[in-house]
Design a protein around this ligand. Structure first.
Ligand SMILES: Cc1cc2nc3c(=O)[nH]c(=O)nc-3n(C[C@H](O)[C@H](O)[C@H](O)COP(=O)(O)O)c2cc1C
Length: 364
């Protein structure tokens, strides 16, 4: 049914400005009667951060920034949904246009700049669905004009811990000036110390809330050494690798659109993101699990992320080009891979290719 619906609607969405198309998609999802998908094959189940995921395919942050449709997305077959980025106070983000499709490349450039309805509104929505079940992570960020960005993260953890399956500390958006500086060693150590402390403080009431760190794929390997070292010493529960890239691969065909400022995602990001994932995996040494994101546009791409070190995967941009049917396609490809390798769980494939990927020439 989703397939037939999308077949009719996708050409219409593609004719619209990408942000208008997104707003319309959210409206359609809100009102579309979506029946739950069949139960996932038990071999797709993943345990990570103390949570039981029915399958490893998640909706990445940015699609449902204000937690309007997390339960619809879960019913459509995602194993988990990450809402946000949420900022403490509402803010409009950058002027439009601020989202661009690179059709020939299967890429997207966005410079939304954390447009958010703010913590109060989103918290109300999440509190209303708190007993609905399913894994809903909450991605948090700082207001653009905040005087104390670390305090923003701390406040959001305190407020959202009780309604979040996990919280993602997003310090990797390229569209809030200076935000990525929080990835630098001293700043990151201070941030994570305070974030983890906030999590511990609210745990007696909120329960245990895993804290994940989402990084940019544009870090140098020396910076990645620091980031992983600090994430390990501050005992975060996992990392997401990663966000959009400021780089522009020379292979891009849409050279005019590629000059738009903002973060690039989708297929042109895949090689870099997978390389950074493998580099992270070898540094983490199994201490915590990783979520792989960036350019997943097929079952094979999802499997490659898992083999490069991802316990879970997330996607967004490819849904623009391929539609929501991609989720089912990825899950059946993963089941196919398990069958071929005669395995009962994806865990045995996680990181199988990490060393090999890090030995390849740097993707360019
Ligand atoms: C339009 C758009 C908005 C995004 N907004 C956010 C966001 O608010 N917070 C965040 O952490 N990542 C955001 N992302 C990044 C995605 O979560 C993901 O990390 C990245 O796009 C790579 O995955 P993909 O290639 O499958 O899209 C956004 C991506 C896009 C395309």
């Amino acid at each position: 049914m989703i397939g037939a619906f999308e077949h009719l609607v996708r050409p219409l969405l593609h004719a619209l400005d990408p942000e208008d198309a997104h707003v319309l998609t959210l409206k359609l999802l809100k009102f579309a009667p979506v029946l739950p998908v069949a139960r996932d094959d038990p071999r797709l189940a993943v345990r990570a951060f103390g949570l039981n995921f029915p399958n490893p395919v998640g909706m990445a942050a940015g699609f449902d920034k204000n937690a309007e449709v997390p339960d619809v997305l879960l019913r459509l077959g995602f194993g988990f949904v990450e809402v946000g980025t949420i900022t403490p106070r509402p803010q409009p983000g950058n002027p439009r246009p601020r989202v661009f499709r690179l059709d020939a490349d299967g890429g997207v450039i966005n410079r939304l700049g954390f447009n958010s309805q703010g913590a109060d509104t989103v918290l109300r929505r999440l509190a209303a669905r708190a007993d609905a079940g399913g894994i809903v992570g909450i991605n948090v960020g700082a207001n653009k004009d905040s005087a104390d960005r670390v305090a923003d993260y701390v406040a959001l953890i305190e407020r959202f811990a009780s309604v979040a399956s996990y919280v993602t500390v997003n310090i990797s958006s390229p569209n809030t000036p200076g935000l990525r500086n929080l990835q630098q060693a001293t700043a990151l150590d201070d941030l994570l110390a305070r974030v983890v402390d906030a999590r511990e403080r609210v745990a007696p009431n909120a329960g245990p809330t895993p804290v994940l760190l989402k990084i940019a794929p544009d870090l140098s390997l020396a910076e990645l050494d620091d980031v992983v070292g600090i994430a390990r010493s501050r005992r975060v529960d996992g990392m997401i690798v990663g966000n959009t890239t400021l780089s522009r691969p020379p292979s891009l065909q849409e050279t005019k659109r590629a000059r738009e400022a903002g973060g690039l995602s989708g297929s042109p990001l895949r090689a870099l993101a997978t390389r950074m994932l493998a580099e992270t995996y070898v540094r983490v040494e199994g201490v915590f699990p990783l979520v792989g994101a960036g350019g997943i546009d097929s079952g094979a791409a999802a499997l490659a992320k898992i083999r490069a070190g991802a316990t879970l995967v997330q996607l967004y941009s490819a849904l623009v080009f391929r539609g929501l049917g991609l989720v089912a396609e990825i899950k059946s490809a993963l089941i196919g891979a398990l069958g071929r390798h005669r395995l009962d769980s994806l865990a045995e494939l996680v990181g199988a290719d990490a060393a090999a990927v890090t030995a390849e020439p740097w993707p360019g």
